[in-house]
Design a binder for this molecule. Structure first.
Ligand SMILES: [Zn+2]
Length: 356
C-alpha cells in the first residue's frame, strides 16, 4: 500500500530516528524553528541525546496541535515515524493552526530501548504533585509474585484486572515496573518548559496527541481520553473523533485507570486544552510484560550494549514496541495520518469526517 520510501520514516534506533526527523525539518518549508533540549547522558554508542521540538506554521496562531513522541522511550520509533511523515507531507497548514512536534520526549529511553527513563521512572506516571502525599497502589504483591515465580506472566497479562492493577502506577518500589518517581523527571521538566513557551492562556484551543505503542490489538490505533466525561475539553475530542474515542473511566478502552498520567498536566491548563493518547497495539499484554520484565531485571545491573544477552533483551523490546513489519507500519501510518488530519480540520473549524 505504501512504498518502501514512505515507510523509510520508521527506525527502531534513536540516532536514526533523530536524523530522519531533523533532516525532515530542514527540508520542510513550514518549520519556523526547532528547540533542542540536551539530555545529561549519552546513548549506547556515545551519541548525544536531545528532545527536539519543532514549531510549524504561524507560531502565534490561536489554535495549536501538539504531537508528542517517545515519552515511553522505546515507543519513540513509531511516534517519530508519524512526525517525520507529517513533515514530508504538509506544505501548508490551516492559517489559524500552529503545529508543534515534540520528538523523543524521553530520548534516553529510546536510545537504550527502555520504556522508562534513566532514573527508572515511568514518565507517564510521573505527573503527580510531589509536595502532597503520593498515591498508593496495591500492585506490589503482583510484582513480587512475578519475581518469585509464584505467578506467571501469561496469567497476569491475560487477566485484565491483574494487568490494570499492576500497570496503574506505583511510588514505592524503584526496582519495579510502572514506578512514578519521587520527583519531577527530566522529561516532565521539558513538558513544563514547553507549556510555558506555548502561552496557553493566549490560545483559543489546544490539542495534544501523545503517541504510544504496546497496548491493544496488532496495528490498531486506539484514541484514549482520560478527561472527566463532563468537561468541555473531552467534548471537543468527541466532536472531532466521534465513536473512535475510548475512555478508561467508561470501561471502553484497552487502557485501565492510571495515576500520574501526562494527560493530567495538560488537563490542569484549562478547558480549552484537550489531550488524547493514540496507542498502537502490537503483540498483546503477555508479550509486553515478558519484554518489560526482562528489561526491568537488566536495568538493575550495569548495562553493557556489548553483552549478547543485553542486546537480545533490547532487540526484543524494539521488536515488541516498534515491529519492523510492513503490515504494522502501514496500519500505523494510515491511522496516524487520519487522526492528525481530523485533528487539524477539527481545530481549524473545517469539516472533520467524524461529525454526526
Ligand atoms: Zn506508552
Amino acid at each position: 500500500m505504501y512504498t518502501d520510501a514512505v515507510l523509510n520514516v520508521f527506525s527502531q534506533r534513536y540516532a536514526d530516528a533523530r536524523e530522519k526527523f531533523m533532516s525532515a525539518t530542514e527540508m520542510s518549508s513550514i518549520v519556523d524553528k526547532v528547540n533542542s533540549y540536551k539530555h545529561p547522558l549519552k546513548g549506547p554508542k556515545g551519541e548525544k541525546l536531545f528532545c527536539d521540538i519543532a514549531w510549524l506554521g504561524n507560531i502565534t496562531a490561536p489554535k495549536v496541535l501538539v504531537l508528542v513522541s517517545g515519552l515511553h522511550g522505546v515507543e519513540g520509533g513509531i511516534g517519530s515515524a508519524i512526525q517525520s511523515d507529517f513533515l514530508s507531507r504538509y506544505r501548508r497548514l490551516p492559517a489559524d493552526v500552529c503545529v508543534v512536534l515534540v520528538h523523543a520526549l524521553n530520548p534516553w529511553g529510546l536510545a537504550w530501548a527502555s520504556r522508562s527513563d534513566h532514573e527508572g521512572i515511568d514518565v507517564n506516571r510521573n505527573f503527580v504533585d510531589f509536595s502532597a502525599p503520593l498515591p498508593t497502589s496495591q500492585s506490589a504483591h503482583i510484582w513480587q509474585d512475578l519475581i518469585n515465580k509464584k505467578a506467571d506472566i501469561d496469567a497476569v497479562g491475560g487477566n485484565r484486572e491483574q494487568f490494570d492493577l499492576l500497570s496503574e502506577g506505583q511510588y514505592e518500589d524503584q526496582k519495579a515496573l510502572y514506578f512514578g518517581g519521587t520527583k519531577p523527571s527530566w522529561s516532565r521538566e521539558c513538558v513544563e518548559q514547553l507549556a510555558g513557551q506555548l502561552h496557553l492562556a493566549e490560545r483559543e484551543q489546544v490539542m495534544v496527541i501523545d503517541l504510544h505503542s504496546g497496548l491493544g490489538p496488532y496495528g490498531h490505533g486506539e484514541l484514549i481520553s482520560d478527561h472527566p466525561v463532563d468537561c468541555a475539553a473531552r467534548q471537543s475530542l468527541v466532536d472531532i473523533y466521534g465513536a473512535t474515542l475510548t475512555e478508561p473511566v467508561l470501561g471502553t478502552s484497552s487502557s485501565g485507570l492510571k495515576q500520574g498520567l501526562h494527560d493530567y498536566f495538560w488537563h490542569a491548563q484549562g478547558d480549552h486544552v484537550s489531550f488524547v493518547t493514540l496507542e498502537f497495539g502490537t503483540f498483546g499484554s503477555s508479550e509486553m510484560l515478558r519484554a518489560l520484565f526482562a528489561d526491568q531485571q537488566l536495568q538493575q545491573q550495569k548495562v553493557s550494549w556489548q553483552d549478547d544477552k543485553t542486546r537480545e533483551i533490547k532487540y526484543a523490546m524494539q521488536d515488541f514496541f516498534c515491529p519492523d513489519q510492513k503490515q504494522w507500519q502501514e496500519l500505523v501510518l494510515f491511522r496516524g495520518r487520519q487522526v492528525i488530519e481530523m485533528g487539524l480540520n477539527g481545530l481549524s473549524g473545517l469539516d472533520g469526517h467524524a461529525h454526526n
